[in-house]
Design a binder for this molecule. Structure first.
Ligand SMILES: CSC[C@@H](O)[C@@H](O)C(=O)COP(=O)(O)O
Length: 351
């Protein structure tokens, strides 16, 4: 039993697990060019907010090694252009631009091109390593918060393959498995592109976690029928008042948790917070191609030319979130007041 990883960086080579092919094929693909990285992100070969950020950081650092610019000013100009291009691939997960900004910031004061190239690579590795340790901390906090609760529901894949390792919402299950605590996880299949059935079920099976698949429409019934004790999800962007964008269907689960009076937890690293936005209405929600709904595994399941609305994310108001679990600590309402307190502290705080 092992926890699968989705991003490999070795000897200047960037390889990602092609998540479009899971669970039937386990194939790692090399990303060589900026266009490869853009394409991998937009087509969901690599997905999940932290994993997108890490991949973009490695991709940009790698491509920058081959810039043919003569001056550091030209180098920085090219870097900015490429960062804007990559940052445009998916709009909702803030980790993407957060990682690209970190790379840009780290070279602003450099004097030589070689120094800038080295620093870009170092910073991409830092982002990758930090995310692994963040996820481990999130898992430990989540384990303590879940306490005696073992029957837990989740949606999408906020797991190891969506991050550097362990995941966010799935981290307590992986760590629990290592420490001998067995959860019974109920995974929503997550229409339209099945991150729940294809990815979460596969990933949890790989690390020996007891997982049961349901369709999204079975969530309400399952909470009652199976005695679900808590719901835990990941996040793509958490804004100042705690409003949280995550995979479409998350809001349904939050409302159900409220109706059934069970806790609803969001698990995310500090790189997922965007405190420049005051409330969820201002979050840009990605809309994806109609074929994701009209077709399943390449087979048409709706009449030709069906009109489709396909938002990839929804926004859960902070008032429905029992707590936000970060690598620095657990944040309780009032989020406007408590988010900055925790994000500004060292690990181990509760607010
Ligand atoms: C740790 S991943 C957190 C989120 O990015 C995850 O829950 C999610 O919504 C992913 O959506 P996706 O469209 O698959 O990238």
């Amino acid at each position: 039993m092992s926890i699968p990883l989705s991003i490999e960086w070795s000897n200047g080579q960037l390889r990602i697990l092609d998540q479009q092919k899971l669970p039937l094929e386990i194939e790692y693909v090399a990303l060589e060019t900026l266009e490869d990285v853009y394409d991998a992100i937009i087509t969901l070969k690599v997905r999940g907010a932290p994993a997108i950020g890490i991949t973009a950081a490695y991709g940009l650092a790698k491509v920058a090694q081959h810039y043919k610019t003569n001056t550091i000013e030209e180098f920085l100009e090219q870097l900015k252009k490429d960062a804007i291009y990559l940052g445009d691939s998916r709009p909702t997960a803030v980790n993407l631009v957060w990682a690209l900004d970190r790379l840009s910031n780290t070279v602003q004061q450099t004097v030589t091109i070689q120094e800038a190239k080295n620093r870009l690579l170092e910073e991409a590795v830092n982002i990758h390593k930090e995310d692994e340790s963040s996820c481990q901390n999130i898992g430990e906090f989540a384990l303590s918060l879940l306490g005696k609760h073992t029957r837990v529901m989740t949606i999408c894949n906020a797991g190891s393959i969506a991050t550097a390792k362990y995941g966010t919402a799935l981290a307590p299950f992986h760590l629990g498995s290592e420490q001998g605590k067995q959860f019974q996880v109920y995974a929503c299949e997550t229409r339209p592109v099945f991150q729940g059935s294809r990815l979460t079920v596969w990933e949890l099976q790989q690390s020996g976690v007891d997982v049961t698949l349901i369709t999204d429409s079975m969530a309400a019934h399952t909470i009652g029928a199976k005695g679900i004790e808590a719901i835990i999800v990941g996040a793509d962007r958490i804004v100042a008042n705690g409003d949280t964008a995550n995979k479409i269907g998350t809001l349904n689960l939050a409302l159900l948790a409220h109706a059934f009076n069970i806790p609803f937890y969001v698990a995310a690293p500090s790189s997922t917070f965007d405190l420049t936005i005051q409330n969820g209405k201002k979050i840009r929600i990605e809309e994806r191609p109609a074929e994701e709904i009209t077709h399943v595994a390449g087979k048409q399941v709706a009449p030709p030319n069906t009109k489709v609305f396909n938002p990839a994310f929804d926004v859960t108001p902070g008032k429905y979130i029992t707590a936000i679990i970060t690598e620095k600590g657990i944040i309780y309402p009032e989020y406007n007041k408590n988010i900055p307190i925790i994000l500004d502290t060292e690990k181990g705080a509760i607010a």
